[in-house]
Ligand binder design. Structure first.
Ligand SMILES: Nc1ncnc2c1ncn2[C@@H]1O[C@H](COP(=O)(O)OP(=O)(O)OP(=O)(O)O)[C@@H](O)[C@H]1O
Ligand SMILES: [Mg+2]
Length: 262
């Protein structure tokens, strides 16, 4: 049975997409089968996978959500699943916002994504879901479909605010919709090791959640190489194998798989 992991945060720009993309590649390189789902209408993850014009795609997660909402589920999901360098992915486009609007007008729609995933998750070791920075219907659908959530936090003051709201939402989802949902941990991203604020906030997060929520040993350093690799639509592993962030994402993948992180 595949592990369905949401990469989430209520904040924008804290490395959710970068983490989903790089984790997917690292896990695949370690011999795991991976499906990455772009669940954000910004379609950034889809672009990372090298799709130039997501808006022109006819087979995206938005189309799949709409079909499921209309009870017109396609017999095969094959056309929706693309593949690059050993990683399968379902792209998104702006059309996901149409599905989002539709979710708002219908009832009992929290499990739409979960119903879709039921059909594919057994075929993979890992299903990773990149989410948008909000606590709306799409995020609820993602959390309802997941076994685990990795919360990305960038140790800057504004990025940490709202973390409690996100945890409260996870608590409600666990109680009302998906009792199996676990927080696998907080992943600190874009860590500027040299800045005092960064180390103060890192310490604060670790102490604040100690005993309650796991904080991954691996911290993803801030490095221009990450931005460069994204620009070239490459995982950091391929772009610059020795970059500190490449090492970190490999270690993070090991932590996720469950053996020693370092
Ligand atoms: N470790 C890092 N070092 C330097 N830059 C990074 C790092 N991780 C991500 N970035 C850059 O930060 C920006 C935001 O990252 P990303 O798109 O992954 O965040 P996000 O949480 O998915 O954002 P959104 O909420 O808009 O979906 C991108 O330009 C990305 O290239
Ligand atoms: Mg993103």
């Amino acid at each position: 049975m595949g592990r369905v992991i949401v990469i989430g945060s209520q904040k924008g720009g804290v490395g959710k997409t970068t983490t989903t993309f790089n984790l997917a590649y690292c896990l695949a390189k370690m011999g795991k089968t991976v499906l990455a789902i772009d669940f954000d209408s910004q379609a950034n993850l889809t672009t990372c996978f090298g799709v130039e014009k997501p808006q022109e795609l006819d087979y995206t997660i938005g189309h799949l959500m709409m079909a499921q909402l209309e009870d017109e589920v396609p017999k095969s999901l094959k056309s929706y699943i693309k593949s690059r360098d050993g990683v399968d992915f379902i792209p998104a486009s702006i059309y996901l916002s149409v599905a989002d609007a539709k979710l708002r007008t219908e009832m009992g729609v929290e499990q739409i994504l979960a119903s879709i995933l039921k059909r594919v998750k057994n075929k993979y070791d890992f299903v990773l879901i990149d989410t948008c920075p909000s606590l709306g219907n799409l995020t609820i659908n993602a959390l309802a479909a997941a076994d685990e959530v990795v919360i990305t936090v960038s140790p800057q003051l504004l990025s940490m605010m709202g973390l409690q709201d996100y945890l409260r939402t996870i608590g409600k989802i666990r109680k009302r919709i998906n009792p199996n949902l676990q927080v696998s941990g907080i992943l600190l991203t874009m860590c500027e090791k040299r800045t005092t604020l960064c180390s103060v906030l890192t310490k604060e997060v670790t102490e604040c959640f100690q005993g309650q929520i796991h904080v991954f040993d691996t911290k993803i350093p801030a490095t221009v190489k990450v931005g460069e690799s994204i620009y070239y639509n490459m995982p950091i592993e391929q772009y610059s194998k020795r970059a500190t962030a490449a090492v970190a994402y490999r270690n993070f993948a090991k932590e996720i798989i469950g053996y020693e992180g370092k």
